[in-house]
Design a protein around this ligand. Structure first.
Ligand code: SF4
Ligand code: SF4
Length: 353
């Protein structure tokens, strides 16, 4: 598999790594096999986080006899020096290793939080102490907020930056990708499948491979997924005109009201199930349209979400928190209208009335 240098870390990683969220879903034995299959296929880069349930533990078990084959990235807190040090020790324990190749601050989503990391006695000091002790080898930043990421790459403190990037979340292509390259900061693309919304591996992976300094880390939970991805990486990366048209079609269908499912608008102080509501039109697309959706299936989930919207007091707090500035209240209204329309068309069950 082709490799790429991860910015100033000097780490040479495969052109595609794997993201560690979905490997929490299968039984542990199966998850370990998936990771080992990825290594067998030549993948050398795995990204996880303290916050991803037992992902670190599973990765630790999978790489127990193969530590030197893999470059491990994980993430931890940004609140304080002590908290960062504590989390690094926990990651080492769960990953069953004595060093972490790349340790990243996990989503300090505002400028204030970035300042908190950088201030004297802040989490950066903790990371640097761990670096000096050899517990971690490089320091990076994983973040969903683009303007904070743009600032972070110019500070010289972070050797890598990780943001959501895919052919519908294209904003990083405008400035961040080239800025990271200019500052020799490695670029890791999280959510290449837009958190599961995109299902065409050929399009998603090939789109990101067009950027020669970007390393996509698709989350995988099945061996056939990583096999397909590795085949794509080992094939031609050229996007055909049909593929480009397909991507354009997808983008225009999603328009400017595309929720990246980052969850930063949550929790709503009034208990509104915001994320589920704003994603409802996409769910309708994903489920078979002719099927009646019973209360026991997705219909019940949608009904509960719509009912929660009755509590909305229009405070706008969610829109302030959304890093993509989505018109959440308008989107919720649209979802409710869509639900009512589906009810009339009897696509939700009678008890859903
Ligand atoms: S506007 Fe409505 S949904 Fe958004 S935070 Fe306020 S109450 Fe919750
Ligand atoms: S509405 Fe905004 S903040 Fe909430 S999950 Fe979607 S993209 Fe994230």
């Amino acid at each position: 598999m082709k490799t790429v240098r991860l910015g100033k870390t000097g780490l040479e990683v495969t052109r595609v790594g794997i993201g560690g969220i979905p490997i929490q879903r299968p039984p542990e034995d199966a998850a370990i096999k998936v990771i080992q299959r990825a290594l067998d296929l030549g993948v050398t880069f795995i990204d996880t986080a303290r916050g991803y349930g037992d992902s670190e533990k599973r990765i630790g078990k999978a790489i127990a006899d193969r530590r030197e084959e893999v470059i491990i990235a994980t993430k931890g807190t940004w609140q304080s020096k002590e908290a960062a040090l504590e989390q690094i020790d926990l990651s080492l324990k769960h990953l069953n290793t004595d060093y972490i190749d790349l340790w990243q601050f996990h989503n300090p989503s505002t400028f204030e939080r970035l300042d908190l990391i950088l201030k004297p006695g802040g989490a950066l000091e903790g990371a640097k102490e761990a670096l000096e002790k050899g517990k971690i080898r490089h320091i990076g930043m994983s973040i969903h907020t683009l303007d904070v990421a743009l600032k972070a790459v110019t500070t010289s403190h972070f050797e890598t930056v990780q943001v959501p990037f895919n052919f519908v979340t294209i904003e990083p292509a405008n400035e961040l990708v080239s800025l990271a390259k200019k500052h020799n900061v490695g670029f890791i693309a999280m959510k290449p499948f837009a958190g599961g919304l995109l299902d065409d591996a050929n399009l998603t992976i090939k789109y990101l491979l067009q950027f020669d300094n970007v390393v996509p880390i698709p989350g995988i939970e099945k061996t056939k997924e990583i096999e397909e991805i590795v085949n794509i990486v080992n094939g031609s990366w050229e996007l055909t005109s049909q593929e480009q048209t397909k991507m354009e079609k997808f983008r225009s269908e999603l328009g400017t009201q595309f929720c990246r499912r980052c969850g930063y608008c949550m929790p709503c102080p009034e208990g509104v199930r915001i994320e589920q509501l704003v994603c409802m039109p996409i769910l309708w697309k994903l489920w078979p349209s002719k099927e009646t959706l019973s209360d026991e299936s997705i219909g019940g989930f949608m009904k509960a979400s719509v009912e929660s919207a009755e509590n909305c007091i229009q405070c706008g707090e969610c829109e302030e928190k959304c890093p993509y500035h989505l018109p959440i209240r308008e989107m919720i209204t649209k979802s409710i209208n869509l639900y009512e329309k589906m009810k009339k068309q009897k696509k939700v069950s009678a008890t859903g009335n």
